[in-house]
Design a protein around this ligand. Structure first.
Ligand SMILES: O=C(O)CCC(=O)C(=O)O
Ligand SMILES: [Fe+2]
Length: 316
């Protein structure tokens, strides 16, 4: 549970660090689930001749790195969402029991409940980020799930219908996040914080001149710890200047009944004190919802995931 000081910190600064939020056993299950997933992906790439090194000569990180270097996309098949651009009938993604259990972990929902109340919807804006060392990155790599993330507010990467939604982002470190390997940084939210202008560049980021990087607070955290932040809190991540990958998930919760800001993707009720029978407990149903969404969207006209235009004067 959060202390009163932590709750006050979140209310006044727009973020709070929660050490050791995810139990070690659950972290282990998530790592195991991803190891099995990557083994299967890698075996397939190897069988197709897309990667050269024998699977048994590489550990999890070695497989990721070699796949990246050979141009095999590991991100989308390991992500817990559909892409914001083109969705195909066979776009890969990952919805499994360990990740589902992490989204519904009691310890996690308890602290989110302290911030936005007991009726909690799991918001579909959610990602895995497995970030290679900068030395491994291709020179044209810009994806915020692979390279450093530009300054932005999460409200700005949701659609306008969620501008009044009570939402919390929960950024979970699966490996230790350090200043060296690309931890999160935030600019504390001000009492009168508004949504800042964003520009769709290589990433959707806050327009030049609207962030005071000097006031940035770096947030290194241990594996299993989390950073919770408000959707108006400006944040970014540092480059991974280390020799190893850094791994995080970012998931979000909003008050049930309020728009998620990405209504074309599926949400589910993670906790309800008023109507506990509405909670989703079955990961296969979760997976099915995303599969159905993929089938529907593969045949539909594209829906944008944000509101910004590069033609705006502040983007010039
Ligand atoms: O991990 C990162 O690089 C950025 C994460 C982020 O933007 C978020 O959690 O909302
Ligand atoms: Fe973000």
């Amino acid at each position: 549970m959060l202390t009163q000081d932590q709750i006050t910190h979140f209310a006044t600064q727009g973020y709070v660090v929660v050490p050791d939020l995810i139990p070690e056993g659950l972290l282990g299950r998530v790592r195991m689930e991803y190891a099995q997933l990557l083994n299967a992906l890698y075996a397939d790439w190897f069988a197709k001749g897309l990667v050269k090194t024998q699977p048994d000569q590489l550990d999890f990180w070695g497989k990721l790195q070699h796949a990246y270097e050979e141009g095999c996309d590991y991100f989308q098949p390991l992500d817990i969402s559909l892409p914001g651009n083109q969705i195909l009938a066979d776009t890969p993604f990952h919805f499994g029991p360990a990740v589902f259990d992490m989204l519904r972990a009691e310890q996690l929902l308890d602290v989110i409940e302290q911030l936005i109340g007991p009726e909690l919807t799991s918001n579909p804006i959610q990602h895995v980020r497995l970030k290679p060392p900068v030395g491994v990155l291709a020179s044209d790599e810009v994806r915020p799930h692979i390279a450093a993330t530009d300054w932005h507010q999460d409200r700005a990467v949701a659609l306008q219908d969620a501008d009044e939604t009570d939402m919390v982002t929960c950024w979970i470190a699966i490996t230790e996040a350090t200043i060296d390997n690309g931890c999160l940084q935030v600019q504390p939210k001000t009492p009168d914080q508004t949504i800042l202008p964003h520009c769709p560049r290589t990433q959707t980021g806050i327009a030049d001149g609207y962030v005071n990087e000097m006031s940035a607070i770096l947030l290194p955290v241990s594996a299993g710890s989390a950073v919770l932040f408000h959707p108006l809190t400006p944040h970014a991540s540092l480059n991974n200047n280390s020799e190893r990958f850094r791994w995080s998930f970012d998931i979000r919760f909003n008050k049930t009944g309020q728009p998620t800001g990405r209504g074309h993707f599926p949400e589910f009720i993670a906790r309800s004190r008023a109507h506990p029978q509405t909670e989703l407990h079955d990961w296969q149903v979760w997976k099915n919802m995303w599969e159905d969404t993929r089938s529907r969207l593969a045949n539909a006209t594209h829906t944008d995931i944000h509101r910004w235009s590069s033609d705006a004067p502040y983007c010039a």
